[in-house]
Ligand binder design. Structure first.
Ligand code: NAD
Length: 290
């Protein structure tokens, strides 16, 4: 396939390189001049989109996605698919998909989980919203860039799945960290805490696979001085998107709201910026009740 790839950042560059490595013709564009291995560079987003069967975007947020969509949609050939892999708000995903459909194009929102390691290793999970036909076109590309692609229904549903998942993740990580800090103060060893909870009803991915305590459980960013991993500010971005969506849909999400407030405090007023999101544990360790 001929693929346009817009946004060659931490995630986009390795994803584009993996597509090129498998023999696809990939033409990239990044406003910062970033490049990727095996990918030729175009002078603009529209130039990268011209003649492409699929145009992939991997961008920071919904406002930038909307602006790039305005540039690339008129340049795309009829029947081509606009595949956005960024994490953006549900409404931007739905609006861009509608704009693409009006222009006779397919559109998918396909945010990812798996981070930079998953992007480099081609082991991302894609959560996909859009038509069956567009999904079928993009499937071979998902198979190269990832290990799993779940078709979640209509446009915007991929973003909905992503932010609901990450709202659960933010809440369980905070719950796990505050429970560890409480267990410390009650005189329980970290190892005993892990052994019990990881095999009891308090278990979760945060405890079992990404344990926020150094020295117990499988190796995680906690064992590397809380270097990310998944940075606290990226967790905050996803939590804010979840609360924006909850407000628009009139959904009551008190735990998501509390997690958003805590990560805001951690990233903006404390030392959370640039640290892994599991560094909530040393934060709680240092604190008392007030
Ligand atoms: P990044 O900031 O490294 O990359 C974004 C790239 O987009 C940058 O290179 C930037 O120059 C480029 N860009 C910005 N505006 C542009 C424009 N108008 N035209 C062309 N290029 C433009 O971010 P990232 O870590 O690669 O993340 C990309 C997306 O993936 C985000 O939505 C993020 O939330 C999501 N995501 C990231 C991770 C992660 O671990 N980094 C994990 C899952 C999802």
């Amino acid at each position: 396939m001929k693929i346009g790839f817009i946004g060659l950042g931490n995630m986009g560059a390795p994803m584009a390189a993996n597509l090129a490595k498998e023999g696809h013709e990939v033409v990239g564009f990044d406003v910062a001049g970033a490049t990727a291995e095996g990918v030729s560079n175009a002078a603009s987003a529209a130039a990268a989109a011209e003649g492409s069967d699929v145009v992939i975007t991997m961008l920071p947020n919904g406002a930038i996605l909307r602006s790039v969509a305005n540039d690339v949609i008129p340049a795309m050939k009829p029947g081509a698919v606009l595949l956005d892999c960024s994490t953006v708000d549900v409404q931007s995903a739905r609006d861009v998909a509608a704009q693409a459909a009006e222009a006779g194009l397919g559109a998918l929102d396909a945010p990812v989980s798996g981070g930079i390691g998953g992007a480099a290793g081609g082991t991302l999970t894609f959560m996909v919203g859009g038509s069956d036909a567009a999904f079928a076109t993009a499937k071979p590309l998902f198979d190269i860039m990832g290990q799993k692609a779940v078709h979640c229904g209509e446009s915007g549903n991929g973003q909905a799945a992503k932010i609901c998942n990450n709202m659960i993740l933010g809440v369980t990580m905070i719950g796990t960290c505050e429970a560890f800090a409480l267990a410390d103060k009650l005189g329980l060893s970290r190892e005993a805490m892990f052994d019990v909870v990881s095999t009891s009803s308090g278990y979760s991915w945060s405890m079992n696979a990404y344990c926020p305590s150094p020295g117990v459980g499988p190796t995680s960013p906690a064992d590397n001085d809380y270097n990310p991993g998944f940075a606290a500010e990226l967790m905050l971005k996803d939590l804010r998107l979840s609360q924006q969506a909850a407000e628009a849909a009139d959904a009551d999400t008190p735990m998501g709201q509390a997690a958003t407030a805590l990560y805001t405090e951690f990233v903006e007023n404390e030392d959370g910026q640039g640290r892994d999101f599991s560094a909530m544990l040393p934060r709680f360790e240092k604190r008392g009740r007030n």
